[in-house]
Design a protein around this ligand. Structure first.
Ligand code: SF4
Ligand code: SF4
Length: 501
């Protein structure tokens, strides 16, 4: 086993609620009559307790983004964990968002100490800008593609594993060696699965969340190791596709789940695992960090569409360059193409042509607020001067992931186009629609240079280059004496299962 101090990640679990009910979930989601939601004081204590830890302070659930105070928690987290590093943040459009994420996720030891574990719920999209600004490492898995989850809810005693063999197997448990220690509202734990069992089965709680708790050595894990007796992670066990939603549970576990009135049991989403029929030689003991999925690109399936702009308000900006007849023709054609929801202009005299086209007109310093209210815009605005939306731009918008915190722009023959989201943090205090870009920091003002969605994809070679870039970036920071995560030392230690208890 590993001391948490030697782990790549220590998790803070914001909640054990999750909209999904994956089979054999390591958080036992779906079995809690009342899931927990960590309170802010505990969160602050958890963050403060990890001062000095050189790995990633992970934010995990359940699904952490559904915590009602996620934004407030993240503000404290950003102020107290790691550092802002926008060098590879998702500001450019992405044809394949998962590849963008994977290009960073190779670099757990080179990140900014901040990591997020999420199944990409609608709340992930809601917090998209904040998440990209905050986390140098994200582990996404929406579990919509096959994802094989190992059976966990079987005790070694039911399988008849003798004591001497058991201790060796437990000591080499892949979860404890390759994954994380964690903090729940009930305390700090040497292993995230032990923490989840404690929360699910009403255990005694963990160690006090105090500075340096994570420096404990395996020989100091004490009573927490009793949780291993309940857990089959370190044994050779069958796995099941997460999408089945059915958990494999031994008779001992079935009884315990009955006692806690598990909602999953009540819905019949459990399969009784028969220890007598168990054949260890039919399975193997896992040694990999991500045994559950082969093709990492498949971590995102159905949810990808959720991140592509779903609803765009099309706004034509009449600058006065067009004659009345030209403006009338433009609005007529835009309307026919379903690309006209409103007209704006700094010249109030343009109102007549908008009214003639049957769309609302806005002018003056409050144009954006009035437009958003009248058109019920809650998401994207495509603001285009004096011309129709080019086909190439419509293609990009329909096929790429855009960051709602960024204003995208392109100069076109006869006008300019700007694409932005009314939820951008840069617009939170209101903004003048006619100089929208001035509200954003430079890194969030992005020219749409490419023509085709494919141009915003990442090939394997480009992902490799990003990997190299991350290392150079890390080295540069280290040479400048700036804070860095473990880097090469962590990398050397990665994926090594220790036998140290
Ligand atoms: S998405 Fe993750 S936390 Fe949610 S049920 Fe599935 S495995 Fe568990
Ligand atoms: S056996 Fe279970 S509780 Fe024990 S270290 Fe492994 S995953 Fe954690």
């Amino acid at each position: 086993m590993k001391s948490p101090a030697d782990m790549k990640v220590i998790q803070i679990e914001l909640t054990n609620a999750c909209p999904r009910k994956c089979a054999n979930c390591t958080r036992f989601c779906g079995h809690h009559e009342e899931p927990f939601f960590m309170d802010f004081e505990t969160f602050k204590k958890a963050v403060d307790s990890l001062k000095g830890f050189r790995g990633i302070v992970g934010i995990m659930g359940g699904e952490p983004t559904i915590h009602p105070e996620f934004k407030k928690f993240m503000e404290y987290y950003r102020d107290n964990v790691g550092y802002d590093d926008y060098s590879t943040a998702c500001y450019e459009p992405q044809k394949d968002f998962m590849r963008h994420i994977l290009a960073d996720a190779w670099h757990v030891d080179y990140s900014n100490h901040r990591g997020l574990w999420t199944s990409v719920t609608p709340r992930y999209y809601e917090h998209f800008e904040l998440i990209q600004d905050t986390f140098g490492y994200q582990l996404l898995n929406d579990h919509s593609n096959p994802s094989m989850h190992q059976t966990l809810m079987v005790t070694r005693q039911e399988l008849g594993v003798p004591d001497d063999e058991w201790v060796k197997m437990r000591d080499r448990c892949w979860v404890q060696n390759l994954w994380s220690a964690s903090i729940t509202p009930k305390g700090a734990f040497f292993c995230e699965v032990a923490a989840a069992m404690d929360a699910t089965l009403g255990g005694p709680g963990g160690w006090p969340i105090e500075p340096g708790w994570w420096k404990r050595k395996p020989s100091e894990f004490g009573d927490q190791l009793k949780w291993c007796e309940m857990c089959s992670a370190c044994l050779a066990m069958p796995s099941r596709d997460a999408n089945d939603e059915t958990d494999d549970v031994s008779p001992v576990w079935a009884k315990k789940l009955e006692e806690i009135r598990s909602p999953k049991v009540q819905k019949g989403l459990v399969n009784e695992f028969d220890p007598v029929a168990y054949q260890a030689d039919k399975h193997s003991i896992n040694q990999k960090v991500t045994p559950y999925i082969e093709n990492q690109d498949e971590r995102m399936g159905k949810t990808r569409g959720r991140l592509v702009p779903q609803k765009t308000t099309h706004v034509v900006w009449l600058t006065g360059r067009l004659s009345t007849a030209e403006a009338q023709t433009l609005l007529h054609e835009a309307k026919a193409a379903k690309q006209l929801d409103a007209v704006v202009s700094q010249d109030a005299a343009q109102r007549a042509v908008a009214e003639e086209a049957g769309v609302p007109f806005f002018t003056g310093p409050d144009a954006l607020a009035e437009l958003a209210k009248a058109t019920r815009t809650k998401d994207w605005v495509l603001l285009i001067q004096d011309i129709k939306v080019p086909v190439t731009v419509a293609e990009l918008i329909g096929n790429c992931v855009f960051n709602p915190g960024v204003v995208y722009w392109r100069n076109l023959q006869g006008g300019k186009l700007q694409f932005f989201n009314v939820r951008a943090l840069s617009l939170a205090k209101g903004a003048d629609l006619f100089c929208i870009e001035t509200n954003y920091p430079a890194r969030k003002t992005v020219e749409l240079k490419a023509q085709k969605p494919e141009d915003y994809g990442l090939s394997k070679a480009e992902m490799f280059v990003r990997r190299l870039y991350k290392r150079f970036h890390w080295l540069k920071r280290a040479l400048l004496g700036q804070p860095v995560s473990r880097g090469p030392i962590g990398e050397l230690r990665s994926n090594r299962i220790q036998n140290s208890l």
